[in-house]
Design a protein around this ligand. Structure first.
Ligand code: BGC
Length: 451
């Protein structure tokens, strides 16, 4: 991708192309225990020692709950037309099921109404990782009751907001929250092991399709998608063992959730992990219910993954070779910056016959931003976006139906286990004062979108 230093403009993508920016409830809202909200698994998880950098808590975050009007004005000022945000399940249903919370519901009406007033199109994510803590006590994503709880929540949101919101995203990155939260213990709820991972995977594969069906039934003219994290997987060497290790990681990171959604079932390659997963599937007899005809597929890409064989890693027998070890350019998260790999992973997902349309529902990078004399010169982030947008344009010009690009993220926010230390925003936040300062990358986007 040599040409990414050249300037491009949004108009090259055509008039219909949708430009958006994204936030998520836990990461931005704050007001974690007020206005009737119940605790989420991130409220409880962040109290466990050693789980989150600096013992940071998502309690106040960006105070979006009180400052949503200002933040939506900023979305508008930067020239975006789409605003993607998530609904916090425990703000709507504090106990996960049962009684609803009027003040929480009213908040989302205010946000949606303000979007509509400003001519911003809302894209609502139903699950961006904040399960009600009350449901986690009953097993959370591993429970056989999960689908029942989720269906009730989704139906409620569809009925309550469906007359105003037409664009729905069912899950945010099922591989992300099942692996980090139920296998590795690095994210909430902090569970580990295959006995948690398998049922969580299966519930997520079912929930993404079931959620789609509920929205389709209850919201006339809905435009429905769900998101998948994805990364090009590159073998460290051309040794057979590394190539096979890369294949296994590709199954997990890229294929595990999209293939059931497309009606292909779980991948059927020769991989012990899949045999075990199939056992859950068989005993739960739900294969057909994992399929749903999504209007679009949300792709979320940040970096490629280089993989090496490692016999010590149970079942997967593979490990990542970090960008820093390979001495390639990377972001503050240690993630390789590689726009060419963004292009290739989009092509990989487009190669599925029944993917009709792709929207890039997240892409962005964290850097060690410095506020100097009221300015943030985040050239690296500008370069990241510029490079990735060139790659996207190339994919589009080759005939891939990419219909939108949403930048991660509007403001610096609570970056999960990194706390407030990783800054991905187009707008800087001073978390002491909540002062917002548009970064140079924000101004770059404004020029790119030509406001
Ligand atoms: C998640 C975001 C997160 C971002 C950067 C995505 O996986 O959807 O919530 O902040 O990556 O880590």
């Amino acid at each position: 991708m040599k040409d990414h230093t050249q300037k491009i403009h949004a108009s090259s993508f055509g008039d219909e192309f949708q430009w958006g920016v994204v936030i998520a409830a836990v990461q931005n809202e704050g007001a974690h225990n007020s206005y009737g909200k119940g605790p989420s698994i991130w409220d409880t998880f962040s109290r466990r020692s050693g789980k989150i950098k600096g013992s940071h808590k998502p309690y106040v975050a960006c105070d979006f709950f009180h400052r949503y009007k200002d933040d939506l004005m900023l979305v508008k000022a930067l020239g975006f037309k789409i605003f993607r945000f998530s609904i916090s399940w425990p703000r709507i249903l504090p106990e996960g099921i049962g009684k609803t919370n009027k003040e929480g519901i009213a908040f989302y009406h205010r946000v949606i109404d303000e979007c509509l007033k400003l001519d911003l199109i809302p894209y609502v994510t139903l699950y961006h990782w904040d399960l009600p803590a009350a449901l986690e006590k009953e097993g959370g994503w591993t429970s056989h009751l999960f689908l029942k709880w989720f269906s009730r929540y989704v139906s409620f949101c569809a009925e309550e907001f469906g007359s105003k919101v037409k664009n729905w995203i069912i899950l945010n990155e099922p591989f992300g929250f099942t692996s980090l939260g139920y296998m590795l213990g690095k994210h909430a709820p902090g569970k580990r092991g295959f006995n948690n991972f398998f049922p969580a995977i299966h519930n997520a594969a079912l929930a993404q399709a079931e959620g789609g069906r509920i929205i389709r039934a209850l919201v006339p003219h809905a435009h429905i998608g769900t998101t998948f994290s994805c990364s090009e997987i590159i073998p460290f060497s051309d040794k057979e063992t590394d190539v096979m290790a890369a294949k296994r990681v590709d199954i997990l990171l890229n294929r595990l959730f999209i293939e059931p959604a497309l009606g292909l079932g779980y991948p059927r390659d020769d991989f012990k992990f899949l045999e075990k997963l199939e056992l859950y599937n068989k005993s739960w007899k739900y294969t057909r219910r994992m399929q749903f005809d999504f209007d679009f597929i949300g792709l979320q890409n940040y970096f490629p993954v280089v993989v090496k064989y490692n016999s010590f890693i149970p079942m997967i027998q593979a490990m990542e070779v970090k960008a820093s070890t390979r001495k390639v350019s990377h972001s503050a998260m240690g993630w390789e910056i590689n726009p060419g790999s963004f292009y290739r992973i989009i092509k990989q997902f487009w190669s599925y016959e029944n993917v009709k349309k792709i929207i890039v529902t997240e892409n962005g990078a964290a850097f060690k931003d410095k506020l100097v004399n009221g300015e943030i010169k985040d050239d690296q982030r500008i370069d990241y976006f510029n490079g990735h947008l060139h790659a996207l344009l190339k994919a589009k010009k080759e005939g891939i139906n990419v219909a939108g690009y949403f930048a991660w993220t509007l403001t610096d926010n609570f970056e999960w286990s990194e706390g407030y230390t990783a800054r991905f925003g187009l707008i800087h936040i001073d978390f002491e004062t909540q002062l917002r300062t548009i970064k140079n990358s924000g101004y770059w986007f404004r020029d790119f979108l030509n406001v």
